[in-house]
Design a protein around this ligand. Structure first.
Ligand code: B12
Ligand code: SF4
Length: 454
């Protein structure tokens, strides 16, 4: 039996990476990171089944390939492409299975294009599906009765991908779940409200098996559970790796953990600040973020030599024009190394999705627009035009030359040089991208989806 697993193209995972070729600087199109989910699904596939992965972000799909079953994953913004792919294989009479966050949240929609949906985690459910398929039958839905235990997971089949196609192929997951349940995030609903941990020795074994010493730990909050995080970091120290991950700003209040993180090779953290407005954070169920402490917290983390990528969300129902402006200005002057400014996006599985759907405020029916760079809902306190302009302004001002100089200062060192180069690249990139839209007078990265005075 032959199974083809497919990750549909997703422009938000595309990177143009500089590299040296015959002494000249060239640019190579890559994806940031691999579809780890399909590498996991491949690892659960029985040994006697021939399994392959096509990541359309880096390689075209062979629609004529001789396969017996196709499995497709999709984030919400890639769902339309995933459905096109499913339909194309269906036309050839090849059964199609879908899984991943979007199909799990909207299985009935996905079933219009495929034979079965694996809702939630693949562990166990995929093996049941495989067994049914080998006996010539397939149910419509496969779903575990409970969240899976993360002990004894196999090593993801990264060997089925070309490592060179990714900025980093070394993404490693050590926990699942998050107790916080922020209104715009689907992690808690999907992965549960308690942290589940992989045994540390299994994580270490996986990291040791990787070719590179640069690792991205994809956990949603790598410091979520103090005791366990301590043990993980202590176990990382002897490996001599460099790693980055994601966490909440609460880490700034734990000097011992920061010290350990730095010693274990942590070079950067992506942190969700979301907003400088208390009311907006309250509405987003993210009260543990205190904007009055942000600048101080940033300084503390940076004093350990750790870079910060700050993430902001604009468009909460509490955001009025002054509030948005405050976030734009405060983010600009906070000493972050990088930042991104996303539109609030009602992704299925989030509280804002349920709320906006009920209130009839979803403005786009095209999932491809749910990419966080397009406004897809009717804002509460500002017009679409104001919100789009604030998001555009946030990018342009954060990556303006004066803000870059003030934030980064001048000091020597390889890492400083890297941060400077990336900020300069973002200076040009934002100007190129945003000029295109401003010539049309509206729209952010794409066209405006709304009449501008709503
Ligand atoms: C790491 C990560 C990234 C990385 C890597 C992305 C990549 N190439 O995979 C980066 C930083 C590049 C990224 C970018 C984006 N991300 Co992201 N990301 C994550 C994160 C933290 C982990 C994803 C992961 O790899 N998990 C590990 C794997 C093993 O778990 P899994 O994907 O859930 O897969 C399991 C099951 O779902 C199932 N399964 C999955 N697919 C399939 C397919 C089949 C056939 C079967 C049977 C089963 C199955 O089996 C797996 C094992 O149990 C999640 C949050 C989270 N905790 O999941 C957000 C998350 C997936 N990202 C999200 C978003 C929105 C984005 C962006 C669109 C943001 C943006 N505007 O740039 C982009 C999209 C880029 C892309 N598609 O590649 C959302 C997606 C929500 C949604 N409904 O779409 C999430 C859930 C976070 C959130 N805010 O809610 N992301
Ligand atoms: S945004 Fe972060 S802290 Fe909030 S629920 Fe999602 S993963 Fe948890």
């Amino acid at each position: 039996m032959r199974i083809e697993l497919i990750n549909p193209n997703n422009p938000t995972n595309a990177a143009n990476v500089p590299f040296l070729q015959k002494g000249l600087l060239s640019w190579k199109a890559r994806a940031y990171s691999p579809p780890l989910n399909l590498c996991m699904v491949a690892a659960y596939t029985p040994m006697d089944v021939e399994v392959s992965i096509t990541d359309e972000c880096v390689k075209p799909i062979d629609f004529e390939k001789d396969v017996d079953l196709v499995g497709i994953t999709a984030y919400t913004n890639a769902a339309p492409r995933a459905y096109e792919i499913a339909d194309a294989f269906h036309r050839r009479g090849i059964p199609v299975i879908m899984g991943g966050i979007h199909a799990s949240n909207l299985p009935e929609e996905a079933l219009n294009h495929c034979d079965a949906v694996v809702i939630g985690e693949a562990e166990g459910a995929w093996q049941r599906l495989m067994s049914d398929f080998s006996h010539g039958r397939v149910e419509r839905i496969y779903q575990n009765e409970q969240l899976v235990c993360l002990e004894g997971l196999p090593v993801p089949r990264r060997d089925l991908l070309r490592h060179d196609d990714y900025v980093t192929i070394n993404t490693v997951q050590t926990t699942r779940g998050c107790p916080h349940n922020c209104s715009f995030c689907s992690v808690t609903q999907f992965n549960g409200k308690t942290y589940r941990f992989r045994p540390i020795h299994e994580v270490i074994r996986e990291i040791e098996s990787l070719a590179s010493r640069n690792i991205f730990i994809i956990d949603d909050n790598v410091f979520g559970h103090r005791g366990r995080s301590r043990k993980l970091l202590e176990a990382l120290i002897p490996l001599g790796i460099r790693w980055g991950s994601q966490c909440t700003i609460s880490i700034a209040h734990d000097p011992e953990m920061l010290e350990l993180a730095a010693r274990s090779g942590c070079i950067g953290l992506a942190i969700g600040f979301e907003s400088f407005c208390k009311e907006s954070l309250k509405g987003a169920h993210k009260r543990f973020n205190d904007p009055e402490q942000f600048s101080r917290d940033i300084e503390i983390i940076k004093s350990y030599g750790i870079l910060i990528w700050g993430s902001f969300v604009l468009g909460f129902d509490e955001d009025d024009e002054q509030g948005l402006e405050k976030t734009v200005q405060m983010a600009k002057w906070a000493r972050l190394d990088f930042a991104c400014f996303n539109f609030l996006t009602p992704l299925p599985g989030t509280m804002v999705y349920d709320q906006f759907k009920k209130e009839g405020r979803l403005a786009s029916k095209n999932w491809a627009d749910y990419n966080m760079a397009s406004l897809v809902f009717l804002p509460a306190r500002v017009t679409a035009k104001v919100l789009e302009n604030k998001v555009r302004k946030a990018w342009l001002e954060f990556y303006s030359m004066s803000a870059i100089v003030r934030r980064l200062g001048f000091s020597l060192g390889k890492i400083r040089l890297f941060i400077w180069l990336l900020n300069l690249a973002l200076f040009f990139y934002t100007r190129k991208k945003l000029k295109w839209t401003s010539r049309r007078g509206h729209g952010y990265l794409k066209r405006s989806l709304l009449p501008l005075d709503v």
